[in-house]
Design a binder for this molecule. Sequence first.
Ligand code: PLP
Length: 390
Amino acid sequence: MPASDMTVPSSVQPPQRVLLGPGPSVIDPAVLSALARPTLGHLDPAFLVIMDEVRSMLRRVMGTENELTFPMSGTGSAGMETCLVNLIEPGDSVLVAVNGVFGTRMAEVARRAGAEVTTVEQTWGRSFSADELRAGAGGKSFKLLCIVHAETSTGVLQDLVPARAVADECDALLLVDCVTSLGGHTLHLDDMGVDAAYSGTQKCLSCPPGLSPISFSPRASAVLAERRTPVQSWYLDLSMISNYWGSDRAYHHTAPINMLYGLHESLRLVLTEGLEERIARHALHARALVAGLESMGLTPRVAADERLAPLTAVAVPDRARAFLLSQFSLEIGGGLGPMAGNTWRIGLMGAGATRHSVTLCLAALRAALTEQGQDPGVDPLLAAGATYAS
Ligand code: PLP
């Protein structure tokens, strides 16, 4: 067909969704508007100021003084890969705690980076105790112990105290996935003794997907500096990228300028709200959601003492999700792995962690259950409302 006969698609007009799934989350309009500001060159002095502000706000949000702290270009998986490829050399022994999709992914990335990987497995939907991690380590030494702080695939929060203790026993650096916990759960990298961490922008930071904040402690930075072999990935090589984010400002790759404006705005919003206030907000709305779900006879998959606030997994048939999307323009997540088909994952993250989201979600789920001929019991909004009133 001649090019002149081809029609050009119209400009994208995405439907307005309420994103209450496992991410991306609802984006604050202030972040969307920051993304649309004029693009600068990646070495423009005005952009360098923005970069410095992003780094300094990121340190505050991650609870660290680590020099090597900045957002990598790419989604959370790029952050995961960055941490692993920079710390692993072929033949290194790495212990990975696996209780969901993202621990499984870390083990796979570590293997591809040439590590001898030992996994310690836990039932999906449960966190690890020190004894379970210790048993997995089997008295051996490891270069890294890798663990997920907030397993988005199952809704489990991992206590990092036992992870740090067992890492010490095996002479290991502690590498933590905090993609879903950053900005939604208490996370203080320095106080918690985390050596390397990565996150993502599209969860509790409420920024679109596309950047992955990472941080390396002085110990992890020393391991990087003492490598015998080059980092297997050129694009993710922190020894080069840190020259761009540091005082040299040496070009490595073109920074995703407008995404960094978006992250700048979302970090500003986190700090303006206050970290503790934001974490308390996530906890409050998660409690109200669970109260409403339980009043409809829906059972959370994870025990209360190891349940995430930003993501609630609940045992139900999968069929209602299409109804929620078509009737309410509301997105929630389905289950993954062993939870596929029998679990919903409801995210209340960042700008989505509000009473309005909880109310909409519960009302929509009630309608979905009724439509399927199930008796949803008492009005869940009463149970949620009682949580807000208490
Ligand atoms: N780790 C966790 C805990 C996640 O929830 C995700 C994404 O949902 C990732 C890693 C991977 O991040 P991305 O999908 O942004 O690459």
